[in-house]
Design a protein around this ligand. Structure first.
Ligand SMILES: [Zn+2]
Ligand SMILES: [Zn+2]
Length: 135
């Protein structure tokens, strides 16, 4: 799928083509190098730091200098908050003024986007197949 990211430096929207399974693996907390081997380094950096390759400095590309905050951790916190409220509240601003869009699916994964009308953010809910039964 195409994942749109706004570069925090130049404010341009960039699109990274990600494998949904790899993306999900990364979201589950696996390090991005292990989770998303099919991405090149600059796309990984874009996902991790929301900084596009044009705006990255040499320092950013040298991971020794500073430990970048992992969005996977931020996602985990969001997910926890979201679970606590049964998905009835925007985990970013606490508003109940949210609307879930129809489901999309690919292989064994489904997802849907939820718009928050209060803070204007969109969240993506991921669902995984948990059980199959013969009907
Ligand atoms: Zn940029
Ligand atoms: Zn919100």
């Amino acid at each position: 799928m195409n994942y749109d990211i706004k570069c925090t430096v130049c404010r341009q929207w960039k699109t990274v083509k990600v494998d949904i399974l790899e993306f999900n693996a990364w979201n589950s907390g696996i390090s991005i190098e292990d989770a998303m081997p099919s991405l090149n380094a600059s796309d990984r950096e874009l996902l991790m730091s929301q900084t596009c390759s044009l705006c990255l400095t040499e320092d950013d590309l040298n991971p020794d200098t500073e430990e970048l905050p992992q969005p996977a951790d931020a996602n985990k916190k969001l997910t926890e908050t979201y679970f606590e409220t049964q998905g009835n509240m925007c985990p970013l601003c606490g508003s109940e003024n949210i609307n879930a869009n129809p489901f999309n699916s690919d292989a064994l994964i489904a997802w849907r986007d939820v718009d928050c009308y209060n803070c204007d953010n969109t969240l993506r809910e991921f669902f995984t197949m948990t059980e199959v039964e013969k009907l």
